[in-house]
Structures are given as structure tokens and as C-alpha cells.
Design a protein around this ligand. Structure first.
Ligand SMILES: C[S@@+](CC[C@H](N)C(=O)[O-])C[C@H]1O[C@@H](n2cnc3c(N)ncnc32)[C@H](O)[C@@H]1O
Length: 261
């Protein structure tokens, strides 16, 4: 059946966005894994270069909203190299308390770096590191007092399933925070932002991480992600209550908050 798409052959076949490409859902996780396997070693450096250090402020805003306290169990999903968990635990420790972090990510290359960074940060007991995707968290129900996902939800194959899982692992009254790029950039900034995304990002990817395509994927996946109002609706559909969000940096990034009621 040359020239006939799989969707036409099998109308029920699930598909997912991989950047601007629609791919069979079962292929999506390995395509995403390829991206992060490729960039893991340069991921932290690239974050600083791409955002001019702004990602630190965005993450700080998440930690401020989270306001982690003594005794908190934090599940950080799509934990990557551990930025959020390390920042949250350091915040509590600095105030004389102790908190616990569970880092989940399906990519072992990223988690290896997270483990080394946690050791370097002096976490003697260390966080729990669990290799799993957001759509199928290998964690018990109601295990965490807070759940965060930073620049991770965009990579999920099945976003509703991921949101449902993150709600499942929260204890009642638990706080969910999602930090993510947003397609709803201030219109006046859009031409400049597009030029940056489609030219500078892939160029940086090629010259710093030796991978142009992964940073093209980043630019494209942002455009396929829901605008903040729509994501807030998806969170409510997943069962989160008291959902609020705020845009940062002219709408380049949005921070969503919801609660397990
Ligand atoms: C852009 S990094 C974000 C890392 C870190 N949270 C941060 O803010 O720097 C995205 C992470 O999402 C992970 N990821 C990809 N697909 C995922 C999925 N289905 N569920 C959870 N994490 C996923 C990747 O392995 C990668 O570590």
C-alpha cells in the first residue's frame, strides 16, 4: 500500500508528535531517548548557553512556588541531570531541615549525571533514582508530598497518562508543579524568537553538542505543546484542583501549579 499512511491503514493507530513529525506512538519513546542519549553529556552547558542562564531563574521560580519544607518527599519527574531535586533539597538543608527526593527519568544517560551531581552536591544519603517514564511511574500511590516536572512534559508520548500518573503518586493535599516552554510567546517577540529557535538553537546544538537535529526537535516540540490555558485544562481533566499558572520571560516559559485534592 505504497503512499498510504499507517493512520489510513489502521485508523485506530495511536500517533504522537515528535517535533513536527507525527510518528507511531510506540516509536516515540525511543526517538525521544535518542535525543537525550545524544545530548546528555552537554545538556547542562547547553541549557546555560541556549537560555543565557535564564533557565536558572525559571527553575528558581519553581522552587520558590514549591517552597519545600522540612520532611517533604519530592518526586521530580523527567528529572534529567537532577537540577530541580538538587535545588529543592539544598533549599531545605540551608534552612536546617531535611527533605527526600525521588528522581524519575526514562533515560539512564541523564540519570547517571544526576547521580554524580547529587554526590558532588554532598548528598550523602542521596536521592532515590528510578528509571521510568512519566506515563508509567514505578512508584506507589500517594508516595510524595510534591511532584515536579521541569521541561519534561513536552517529551511525553501520552500527556494525559503522564498527568494522571503524577496525580496518582501525590498524597492528598500534594502540590504539582510543571515548568515548561510555551508556544504562547508575546506576538511582538515572535519573529525574533522564531529566528532564534530555528537558526541559533540548531547552530549551538551542532557546534557545542555535535547534534543539530536534537535542538531542532526542541524548537519544534515547543510549537506542538499546548498553550498555558489549554495545559491548565488538561491538568483539571487529570483531576488536579486549584490550577493556576504564570507566564515568564514574555511567555517563553509557563509555570503551572495544581493540587491533589
Ligand atoms: C529537557 S530535559 C529536562 C531535565 C530537567 N528536568 C531540567 O529541567 O533540566 C527532559 C527530560 O525528560 C526526559 N523524558 C523524556 N521522555 C520522558 C517521559 N516520557 N517521561 C518522563 N521523562 C521523560 C528525558 O530523558 C530528559 O531527561
Amino acid at each position: 500500500m505504497a503512499g498510504t499512511s499507517r493512520e489510513q491503514q489502521e485508523p485506530g493507530a495511536r500517533r504522537a508528535d515528535f517535533g513536527f513529525r507525527r510518528v507511531p506512538a510506540e516509536e516515540h519513546p525511543s526517538l525521544v531517548r535518542g535525543v537525550f542519549d545524544s545530548v546528555a553529556g552537554r545538556y547542562d552547558l547547553m541549557n546555560d548557553l541556549m537560555s543565557g542562564g535564564l533557565h536558572r531563574l525559571w527553575k528558581q521560580a519553581l522552587i520558590d512556588w514549591l517552597a519545600p519544607r522540612d520532611g517533604l518527599v519530592l518526586a521530580d519527574i523527567a528529572a534529567g541531570t537532577g537540577d530541580i531535586a538538587i535545588r529543592a533539597l539544598e533549599r531545605v538543608t540551608r534552612r536546617g531541615g531535611a527533605a527526600e527526593a525521588i528522581l524519575c527519568d526514562p533515560n539512564e544517560s541523564m540519570l547517571r549525571i544526576a547521580r554524580d551531581r547529587c554526590i558532588d552536591a554532598g548528598m550523602v544519603r542521596g536521592p532515590r533514582i528510578v528509571c521510568c517514564a512519566a506515563e508509567a511511574l514505578a512508584l506507589p500511590d500517594r508516595v510524595a508530598g510534591a511532584c515536579t516536572i521541569s521541561f519534561g512534559l513536552r517529551n511525553a508520548t501520552d500527556r494525559p497518562a503522564a498527568l494522571a500518573e503524577m496525580r496518582r503518586i501525590l498524597a492528598p493535599g500534594g502540590h504539582f508543579l510543571c515548568l515548561e516552554f510555551s508556544p504562547a510567546v508575546l506576538p511582538a517577540l515572535a519573529p525574533l524568537y522564531d529566528a532564534y529557535s530555528y537558526n541559533v538553537l540548531p547552530w549551538l546544538g551542532e557546534h557545542v553538542a555535535d547534534d543539530r537535529d536534537s535542538y531542532r526537535y526542541l524548537a519544534e516540540s515547543i510549537r506542538r505543546f499546548p498553550a498555558p490555558g489549554a495545559l491548565a485544562g488538561e491538568m483539571r481533566e487529570a483531576g488536579f484542583g486549584n490550577v493556576h499558572w504564570r507566564a515568564m520571560s514574555a511567555g517563553i516559559v509557563a509555570l503551572h501549579s495544581g493540587w491533589r485534592t
